[in-house]
Write a protein that binds this ligand. Sequence first.
Ligand SMILES: [Zn+2]
Length: 310
Amino acid sequence: MAVHAHPDDESSKGAATTAKYAAEGDDVLVVSLTGGERGSILNPAMDVPGILDRIDDVRREEMAAAAKALGVRHRWLGFVDSGLPEGDPLPPVPEGSFALVPLEEATEALVRVVREFRPHVMTTYDENGGYPHPDHIMCHKVSMAAFEAAGDPERFPDAGEPWTPLKLYYNHGFSLQRLETFADEYDRIDEPFPMRDWMERIRKAAQEHGDVMSRVTTQIDCGKYFPQRDEALRAHATQIDPNGMFFAIPLEMQQRLWPTEEFELARTRVRTAIPETDLFAGIRDAEDADAEDRAADDRAADRAVEGTVR
Ligand SMILES: [Zn+2]
């Protein structure tokens, strides 16, 4: 279960990983906590009359197309986008926004979906929200609270049968090391690096908090699914400029030099060894071990039966 703040976040954070697991036969659900109602139109080609009037519908259609591209199921949780406050001092977020919903209320809504879908693994954002949007910070808080509460029969008794998810990860997409790898390649082929400004921003953030790579525990090899990730991104046509930086680096170069997505194991209820290359590490192993135990028990039972017959 991939928990995200807005429609389009699922396509820019860990998207190829969800596409990979879905393609391999796992049941993958993306949960969008808000409807993205306050996202501004970031693609000049879509900034045309008629789009803003029906932006809610447009974003629903975009999200459905993105989920289809990734091959995942999708659920809206129905909270209202807080928007990204801008200015100095920052204005308050509008009344009724997701960031102002009491944590218990938002947690219960997510617990209900966890108990229904019964995920083994959840993904969300770190305590900084990945980037400081109030809905992303709230997404972190709600996911952590739901991960703790879903298996507890005392918590939210009206929100379904308890279910205990086993692992919880943070997405880590903004790695300086990754950008530097591409920048080196552009130096090598003697061409200007198209993401230099963005890299400098990430470098500044890394100077403050350290590169997110120092927090990464788990890298998922998913380069094969980058085309699906890009198709999902393009489906969010009002939010993503097809000429923008998301598409600046050729797919072939990404697949060759950095074919992974990065995660941080934040909570686990199973034993696993770091570094990992699979979000289900320690879960499938445990299931296999259980199956072996059961098979051994069956064999022992068979022998016991044989013994009585004789
Ligand atoms: Zn977002």
